[in-house]
Write a protein that binds this ligand. Structure first.
Ligand code: HEM
Length: 419
């Protein structure tokens, strides 16, 4: 689809760095490009992805406007844009709540939302602490000092163990779940693709494997329901009948996928930010009570979901531009979180930042269902870092995920001394 430029001579405000997965792996987030777009063209028609040109939204104001208006901007057709492998009409694609519009979206989200309120999660806090304790305990197994990849040793298993606990999955399924979530969220990263596969084939293969895995679990929970999330979904009769299998399995997949990669990256990206700002690390160690506000700043700073997408339902105006029905808009959450109109000194990492109205969890209709759970995990990990490590330093470069959907840290090598 091509479109007449809305300005006579639009300058090249954004290049491949805005959407090229390789650029994200090599250079990290395109902060300078986002800042320029916020300043000069916050609703920017981007043609750098020829198969799917889209509107790039970079200011918090327009991003909030779109995310809060599902009647004008639908999630159904496309909830994010996949470079080189868009979601199609393939019946093997997922059908999750993040891809639904109201009223169905509210109805389906309502099946689990009561389990994710801060109050409902309070009972889980001790379990999350115990899981964190186990991860940090493993660091102590080889003595008071050591080296590890923080992603592999702490961030990934912690996020996985918490969601597996909520779904009551066997502990030794962790490695399989780890592989599947990597393949689904990191399908554009060659490391996670099998020989000859395209990103779409990788994603669909992993999706089919996750569906087969959960089919067995659902069958068991139908026979012997427990208190876990899959049991709730397996018993649900939202329209007077059980959830269709494909929808139920998609819901399970979203819990596993949504709850893993993102939380893992907020933790590893958060530690990286602390290592890059030693005065903030010292402050956290001196005041572990700051873990909650430090967690919010790590979320703002890392913003692990790079973008989500919406489709305009009808022609409309947005930030002085005309969006036509059927066009795609991309909401760049990390850019909203550096918006100088909202945040004081947005390029400073301050663990006591207040207020901190970041959009790492999105906003509006689809605001992250697991936000309070993720906060609890990140808080717990930061408290453990601050109180259990006397010293920590990075021993090599980070490896980043090749993706323009999830900002991932694949490897963060560290050396540490326990307190
Ligand atoms: C740091 C961690 C996390 C981040 C940054 C994050 C980010 C997000 C974002 C940005 C959205 C909104 C998508 C949109 O507007 O289109 C979302 C939705 C969602 N997230 Fe998370 N998430 C995190 C952790 C979790 C966890 C732990 C779960 C576990 C259950 C989870 C489950 C979901 C679900 C089910 C949705 C869909 C909600 C809906 O469509 O109503 N997330 N998340």
């Amino acid at each position: 689809m091509s479109r007449a430029p809305q300005r006579p001579d639009p300058p090249a405000l954004a290049g491949p760095e805005l959407f090229d997965p390789e650029a994200y792996a090599r250079d990290g987030y395109p902060l300078a490009t986002w800042a320029r777009l916020r300043r000069e063209d916050p609703v920017h028609w981007y043609e750098g992805l020829p198969e799917l040109p889209f509107w790039a939204l970079t200011r918090r104001a327009e991003i909030v406007e779109v995310a809060r208006d599902p009647a004008r901007f639908s999630s159904e057709k496309r909830f994010h844009i996949v470079a080189g492998g868009d979601y199609g009409d393939d019946p093997r694609e997922t059908r999750t709540i993040v891809q639904m519009d109201p009223p169905k979206h509210r109805d389906r989200r309502g099946l689990l939302s009561a389990r994710f309120t801060p109050r409902a999660l309070r009972g889980l806090e001790a379990d999350v602490e115990a899981i964190t304790d186990r991860m940090f305990g493993a660091l102590a197994a080889n003595g008071a000092t050591g080296e590890c990849d923080f992603v592999e040793a702490v961030a990934a298993p912690l996020a996985l163990a918490v969601i597996a606990h909520l779904i009551d999955l066997p502990a030794n399924d962790g490695p399989r779940l780890f592989r599947w979530t990597n393949e689904m969220a990191g399908a554009t990263d060659p490391q996670y693709r099998q020989a000859g596969e395209s990103p779409t084939e990788t994603r669909l293969r992993a999706t089919a494997e996750v569906f087969a895995y959960f089919s067995e679990i659902v069958a068991r929970r139908r026979r012997e329901p427990g208190e876990d999330l899959v049991s709730i979904l397996a018993q649900a009769r939202p329209d007077g009948v059980p959830l269709p299998d494909h929808e139920l399995l998609s819901y399970c997949l979203l819990l596993i996928g949504g709850g893993n990669e993102t939380t893992r990256n907020a933790m590893s990206g958060g530690l990286l930010a602390l290592l890059e700002h030693p005065e903030q690390w010292r402050r956290l160690r001196a005041e572990p009570g700051l873990a909650a506000s430090a967690g919010e700043e790590c979320l703002r700073w890392t913003t692990p979901v790079i973008h989500n997408a919406r489709t305009a339902v009808a022609d409309c105006e947005l930030g002085g531009r005309t969006i036509r029905a059927g066009e795609t808009v991309a909401l760049f959450w990390p850019s909203a979180n550096r918006d100088e109109a909202v945040f004081d000194a947005p390029d400073q990492f301050r663990i006591d930042r207040s207020p901190n109205p970041h959009l790492a969890f999105g906003i509006g209709e689809h605001i992250c269902l697991g936000a309070h759970l993720a906060r609890m995990e990140i808080r717990s990990a930061l408290r453990a870092l601050a109180t259990r490590l006397a010293f920590v330093e990075q021993t090599g470069p980070v490896e980043r995920l090749q993706s323009s959907s999830v900002g991932g840290v694949k490897r963060l090598p560290i050396r540490y001394r326990l307190a």
